[in-house]
Design a protein around this ligand. Structure first.
Ligand SMILES: Nc1ncnc2c1ncn2[C@@H]1O[C@H](COP(=O)(O)OP(=O)(O)O)[C@@H](O)[C@H]1O
Ligand SMILES: Nc1ccn([C@@H]2O[C@H](COP(=O)(O)OP(=O)(O)O)[C@@H](O)[C@H]2O)c(=O)n1
Ligand SMILES: [Mg+2]
Length: 245
């Protein structure tokens, strides 16, 4: 039912900046968290077909400020995806009188990851209420716990994983000049977020790379130059995957 898309750039992924600093010391901690996630989540909300078409899921990953949101806007314009930013969904939940409001605020301020139950529920609700069957899920999964929760609860896996690979100094520069009034766009939080990215998100990228799903994008350059690398990923699967039944 779920088609796999093979990566064209795994060798460059392996040699990328981040992958030279593998997170072995984190491995046992992650394994414990993953094991607990496996036993905690059950498939309770399998994703439904839309107009007889299976959902086509892209996870958009990369460190803070690597340009995920910026590129998602261009992918939506060109390829007609529904864009779901996990961070935006959490920020919306935070200001909506939700019981989770203060927990989300504190977690974002500290640059930590909101428990998967909350985030997966928000994402699946948006997916289910959309008429579109092509989804860009931006900033998710950010941990193995996120990944396992999504896969178990939805019964689905991503077709494509985009990884925007950006040096830390460039990410810091971009976040500090983002100017969107975000509580986490300050030097203390960004430092914490970079550590969390390396410890928790790189293992997810590594996991999908081993499954041949990751397309590494060099996130340095102009927005248009970066989009030139993104386009072929979607062009390659436009016909066969986007219209599948
Ligand atoms: N290629 C680029 N070069 C320079 N600045 C960029 C580029 N792409 C995005 N930006 C800017 O960097 C900041 C972070 O981009 P954003 O798309 O919000 O990243 P992310 O969603 O990965 O955190 C924004 O202010 C954005 O306008
Ligand atoms: N899957 C996710 C995504 C975001 N978040 C929280 O939301 C914050 C902002 O995420 P974001 O995706 O909007 O951030 P950027 O990468 O766009 O800068 C993260 O640092 C986390 O605190 C989360 O807990 N779980
Ligand atoms: Mg973003």
């Amino acid at each position: 039912m779920w088609r796999k898309v093979t990566s064209t750039s795994f060798s460059s992924l392996k040699s990328s900046l981040f992958f030279t600093r593998l997170h072995l010391q984190q491995a046992s901690k992650h394994n414990a968290a993953s094991a607990s996630a496996v036993s905690r989540f059950a498939t309770i909300a399998p994703l439904q077909e839309k107009d007889g078409r299976c959902p086509f899921i892209t996870f958009v990953l990369g460190g803070p400020g690597s340009g995920k949101g910026t590129q998602c806007i261009k992918i939506v314009e060109t390829f007609g995806f529904k864009h779901l930013s996990a961070g935006d969904l959490l920020r919306r939940e935070m200001v909506s009188n939700s019981e989770y409001g203060s927990m989300i605020l504190n977690t974002i301020k500290e640059g930590r990851i909101v428990p998967s139950e909350v985030t997966v529920k928000l994402i699946l609700k948006e997916m289910e209420s959309s008429d579109n069957h092509k989804f860009l899920i931006d900033g998710f999964p950010r941990s193995e716990e996120n990944r396992i929760a999504f896969e178990k609860i939805s019964g689905a896996e991503p077709d494509v994983v985009l990884f925007f690979d950006c040096p830390e100094d460039e990410m810091v520069k971009r976040v500090l000049s983002r100017n969107q009034g975000r509580i986490d766009d300050n030097i203390d939080t960004i430092k914490k977020r970079l550590k969390v990215f390396e410890a928790l998100n790189l293992p997810v990228i590594d996991y999908y790379a081993k499954k041949g799903k990751v397309h590494r994008i060099n996130a340095v350059g102009t927005v248009d130059e970066i989009f030139e690398q993104v386009k072929p990923v979607f062009k390659a699967c436009e016909q066969k995957a986007f219209n599948r039944s």
